[in-house]
Design a protein around this ligand. Structure first.
Ligand SMILES: O=C(O)c1cc(=O)[nH]c(=O)n1[C@@H]1O[C@H](COP(=O)(O)O)[C@@H](O)[C@H]1O
Length: 232
């Protein structure tokens, strides 16, 4: 594996011992780690710092969405924890995103990457119609990704299905971070816009977020190794 692992393992556990049991088997060269709302609410910054101290790049996935001042301060606090990446919702608007980026740049860890969620990968056309009528997921992702890039952020969270389209209009350095990744035949669960790891990388994705297909596998390490091999 290269130093810059392309798989981000989503640690969505309600039990810190279980999470640590998995983490102990993983290597920072083989994957990055994502801590989301469940584990952060249960176990807080100490858990995040323990992963950073083990050498992992940590994506703190709290999807901030609030008034600009509040989000900026939350992003600065996240950066000062030493995380590799943090995210906000692009639908919070340009001012919110710009202020968040500036706050990170003024922090003691200015290299923390800031990305914005476009349309959640659990949403299909029907669900999006309830929120933004008459717009396809791809159109909404394109609009919010352009807004995110214009606001100076490092990238977006989208589904791999939108990657080819986004790569046509956004620079190579703009990060596309894609959940909804499922190896062929794996259980889709609540995800709607899904793709396999190989197809996602071929579509131009920067990082693959994978939770249950790895964490719930009989052999998480072997599953991660197979994914890494397939995308080399
Ligand atoms: O921001 C995210 O990470 C995220 C955005 C999105 O649109 N969809 C999405 O599934 N996620 C997260 O990515 C992970 C996907 O997990 P699995 O569906 O188990 O692979 C979860 O932790 C979600 O919270």
């Amino acid at each position: 594996m290269t130093q810059d692992a392309r798989v981000i393992v989503a640690l969505d556990f309600d039990n810190v011992e279980q999470a640590n049991q998995l983490v102990e088997q993983l290597e920072p060269s083989a994957c990055k780690l994502k801590v989301g709302k469940e584990m952060f609410t249960l176990f807080g910054p100490e858990f995040v710092k323990s992963l950073i101290n083990k050498g992992f790049d940590v994506f703190l996935d709290l999807k901030f969405h609030d008034i600009p001042n509040t989000v900026a301060k939350a992003c600065k606090a996240a950066a000062e924890m030493g995380v590799w990446m943090v995210n906000v919702h692009a639908s919070g608007g340009a001012e919110m995103m710009r202020k968040a980026k500036q706050a990170i740049e003024s922090s003691s860890h200015p290299q923390t990457k800031l990305i914005a969620v476009t349309v959640l990968t659990s949403m299909d056309q029907d669900q999006l119609n309830d929120v933004v009528p008459g717009v396809t997921p791809a159109e909404q992702v394109a609009k919010l990704a352009a807004l995110t890039a214009d606001s100076g952020l490092d990238g977006v969270v989208c589904s791999a299905k939108e990657a080819v389209m986004l790569r046509k209009s956004l620079p190579e350095s703009f990060l596309l971070v894609t959940p909804g990744i499922r190896p062929a035949g794996a259980d889709v669960g609540d995800q709607k816009r899904v793709m396999t790891p190989v197809d996602a990388i071929e579509a131009g994705v920067s990082y693959l977020v994978m939770g249950r297909p790895i964490t719930q596998a009989d052999d998480p390490l072997a599953t991660l190794a197979r994914v890494n091999e397939s995308i080399q």
